[in-house]
Design a protein around this ligand. Sequence first.
Ligand SMILES: Cc1ncc(COP(=O)(O)O)c(C=O)c1O
Length: 417
Amino acid sequence: MKLSQFGCLLAQDSPIVQLMEDLGEALSRNPDLLFLGGGNPAQVPAAQACFHQHLQAIAEDPQATASMLGVYPAPQGGDSTLRAVAGFLSRECGWPVDEANIALVNGSQLAFFILFNLLAGAGEDGANRRVLLPLVPEYLGYGAQGLGQNFFVARKPLLQTATAQRFKYALDLDALNVDADIGALCVSRPTNPSGNLLTHAEMDQLLAKARGAGVPLLVDLAYGSPFPGIVYQTNDNPWRSGAVHVLSLSKLGLPGVRTAIVVADEELIRCVARANTIMSLANGNLGPALLERLISSGDLARLGQSVLPDFYRARRDYLVDLLDRALQGLPYRIHEPQGAFFVWLWLEQLPGGAQGLYEKLKKQGVLLMAGEPFFFGWEKTWSHARECLRLTYCQPPEALERAVNIIASEVRALYGR
Ligand SMILES: Cc1ncc(COP(=O)(O)O)c(C=O)c1O
């Protein structure tokens, strides 16, 4: 079979393909695996009860069921959903938006594929533009999405090590020149994988740099505020012209409905809607139908303000405490876990590196993520990139405890302590 260039780019093996295969293995075929790997959200009983109740209300209403199952929605999203989302974002969050600023897409993975390839790659003017990641590590799922070579260019973060067992990444503003070949900047907030929450000052600086270069700043709010709100400090993300905010229902607990919301200036929204029509024809209706009910009932605000942050904060504290106890005396640091549902663990000068540890643990039934694929768009060598691992805390406490015991004994063996 002869694949096109497009075919080779999309059919290649890549870290996100590996991650989703691990996820499928753990969640469908081999549930005994201790799965601290991919980004599947936790089972949160209060959220599940709420989704069930809204789904039941739709199922009991023949009119609602017919329009959900039997109608193609408009390319940008159904009018009533766009109205509901615009109302929520302007009323609850104070974002200066209306329906023309919003497009629905089948999941934020697809939203980023569309956005990246609208804004970077080979231009009509002959220029070849790239996406700038102002700091890595960044979400590895972007890595294979660019339809072009060297699609991403990334900057190394500053490393802050205020306390013995913790660290934090910060933006290196001095290194953040936005060259003429940049088509967009992109950050996730909070960041997958590190749990870092870029400060408001950092976000202001990024937007100023993007505006100065005349390119959009893409902000991935997959874990952020206003929903799912998996952020452990007061936080908001006011949308401003020149920025593109991408929200998703997945980490709210609904990855199966494949629904994301793009908020941007009108001109870009029109482009997203057209590209989405060409790629998907239309969005699924289940996510938008649930979303409208979650908004009108007040449940969306409630889940994002208290239910989900409270649940994940307790899990985070549990896992961090387990790790602090199990790794005592070893050269480890945990990134300040400010949001998302990951612990980003740095094992300094780990013999065999994080990939070696990943493979050893997989053989023992523990799946986590080695850190290096999160450092992409990056040509320089940095030993730190090979010393980090990502652990999710979505599994029940007893699974976390068993996994940490196995991880700690492997790590101790590697360090010879
Ligand atoms: C930072 C980030 N962005 C985007 C996505 C894609 O999510 P979805 O396509 O389910 O909305 C994920 C999934 O794990 C993610 O972690």
